[in-house]
Every structure is written in structure tokens, then in C-alpha cells.
Design a protein around this ligand. Structure first.
Ligand code: MG
Length: 162
């Protein structure tokens, strides 16, 4: 058996008048992530973690943010593409651990929906996906509520022919 880990990180600025989307779930808030796509930092970090684990470039090279095709794009498209690449490489996703750092709003009321939605796209059981919500203790830009961060770690495995 061969194992691979991957790590992903993303940050976007929060601005008024933009829907807040995390893990494909729309979250009630008066600000959202400013980005070329829908700004889903969780799916962006997860996509990068999967691509990194199989050594297949990164989200920026596969889906350039100057390509009009990805303007306001649903980030689940990026994630689905990364899942395809993982499967084509004969890897299986073992588990995902992650956290989202946001001063506001609280992630907990949305956590189960984000996990379920993510597990569905990854085609794995939802008990293999975990998400923690954290704050930045009111420090710096994150703590002021001007931005949010997502960190993701994934573990993949594949059978190796003897
Ligand atoms: Mg991003």
C-alpha cells in the first residue's frame, strides 16, 4: 500500500454584498469572500490538498483566476476535477481533516451540512471528513473579520503491485 498526504491553504478577503459560501453551503452573513470564483476557501484548500497529494499542480495552474471561464464559478467544479484526478491516479481518499478560521459567523451550525456536502463530492463516508471552526482571537486581519482562512490535510492510499 502506498500512502500520500496533501495539504492545502487558502485565504480570501471578506467584503459586503457577496454571498458567503463554504464547502458549497451558503451561509447567512452580510459579507462573503472576494474572489474570481465563488470564493469558497474550504473547497479551494481541499482541491489544492488533493492535487498536492498526487503531485498534480495546484488550483491556480488548473483554474487560472484570469480565465473568464471561472468567473463566479461554483468551486465544487474545481473539487470534482481534483477528485477525478485522484481516481485516475488509482488513489482512494482515506480521510480529510481541516479547519476554517473566521472571526464571524460561527461555523458550527453549518458544519454537518458542509461535511455531508464535501463527503458526497469526495465519494467517501462522512465520518472520514472533519472540520473545525476556529477564531483568530480578534488578532490581525482575520480577527478583525476582514478575511478568512481554510487549512486542509488529506490522506490518500493506493494498492501497489508486487
Ligand atoms: Mg481561493
Amino acid at each position: 500500500m502506498e500512502f500520500r498526504i496533501g495539504t492545502g491553504f487558502d485565504i480570501h478577503r471578506l467584503e459586503e454584498g457577496i454571498p458567503l459560501v463554504l464547502g458549497g453551503v451558503e451561509i447567512e452573513y452580510n459579507r462573503g469572500f472576494k474572489a474570481h470564483s465563488d470564493g469558497d476557501i474550504f473547497f479551494h484548500a481541499l482541491t489544492d490538498a488533493l492535487l498536492g497529494a498526487v503531485g498534480f499542480g495546484d488550483i491556480g495552474s488548473l483554474f487560472p483566476d484570469n480565465d473568464p471561464k471561472w468567473k463566479d464559478a461554483d468551486s465544487s467544479l474545481f473539487l470534482k476535477k481534483a477528485v477525478d484526478i485522484v481516481k485516475r491516479s488509482n488513489f482512494e481518499i482515506v480521510n480529510v481533516d481541516s479547519y476554517i478560521i473566521l472571526e464571524k459567523p460561527k461555523i458550527l451550525p453549518y458544519r454537518d451540512r458542509i461535511i455531508e456536502n464535501t463527503a458526497k463530492i469526495l465519494q467517501i463516508d462522512k465520518n472520514r471528513v472533519f472540520l473545525k471552526g476556529k477564531t483568530y482571537e480578534k488578532l490581525d486581519s482575520i480577527g478583525r473579520g476582514d478575511a478568512g482562512i481554510a487549512h486542509v490535510v488529506v490522506l490518500l492510499k493506493r494498492e501497489v503491485e508486487k
